[in-house]
Write a protein that binds this ligand. Sequence first.
Ligand SMILES: Cc1cc2nc3c(=O)[nH]c(=O)nc-3n(C[C@H](O)[C@H](O)[C@H](O)COP(=O)(O)O)c2cc1C
Length: 274
Amino acid sequence: MTIFKVDNEKCNRCGICVLECPPRIIEIKESGALPSTIQGQEERCIACGHCVAVCPLDAISLDIMSPWDCAQMQNELLPSAGQVELLLKSRRSIRAYKPERVPHDSLLKLIDIARYAPSGHNSQPLHWLIVEDPRETRRLAALVVEWMNVLIKKSPRVNELFHFDLFVSAWERGEDRVLRGAPNVIVAHAPKDTPMAQENAAIALTYLELAAYSMGLGACWAGYLLAAATSFPAMMNELALPGGHRCFGAMMVGYPKHKFRRIPLRNEPHIIWR
Ligand SMILES: Cc1cc2nc3c(=O)[nH]c(=O)nc-3n(C[C@H](O)[C@H](O)[C@H](O)COP(=O)(O)O)c2cc1C
């Protein structure tokens, strides 16, 4: 249970915390009273910190976060709408990487940003496996190729759909079409029965991919690694995630070899207006 505390001296009873609380468990019982949690509802707090972060007078603290723990908004540092649009539209999946590995601190920075992605009920369920050593990244790519080889033999129909034979023959020629020669890979994992884990991982990895781009790095979803990580025992052994955990997404990371000069076209949106 999170403990909600209000500084009597600072609080002006504006009631913004009441209105911003997602599960609506804060009340001002009577005019002039301090906000407090509704008795018996405290367990429903999702520890999102909105009450702390929205209070204009820094009057609210939770036992898990005080205003002083929370970074102050610096609105003047926010990008403009045009800059955000450009960032979002010009992000590309990167499939040609320089051999240099991404420094430890940059990998950590990516996770530090990704952990601010929205998560269902603010559950923040994701754990991360960061493959720093490019030799390990290559071992993972080799295991995906091994998994593809197994599937080609077991299920020619799947091969027809996904053309795994082309990935395998490329690998045999020394070309990595699986992890694209990226030096690093980041895997998002969580206990396998976590509600909405797939959605939470997709959003967090999307944050991570955009953050990578803003930092001069390149990234790309590693869909085949994800597929192998959820079905190929040899890959599960190699990843050695904590007991009961499942991989929910993976991203290649590295320095892009090439610069994109233009933004490719995308389909016109299908919209129903009401
Ligand atoms: C869930 C998901 C899985 C993906 N898996 C792969 C992959 O295994 N290999 C790859 O090269 N690209 C992969 N991609 C990247 C897509 O091919 C790419 O987003 C798409 O072609 C559009 O290009 P863009 O990201 O540069 O706009 C994946 C994307 C998503 C969203």
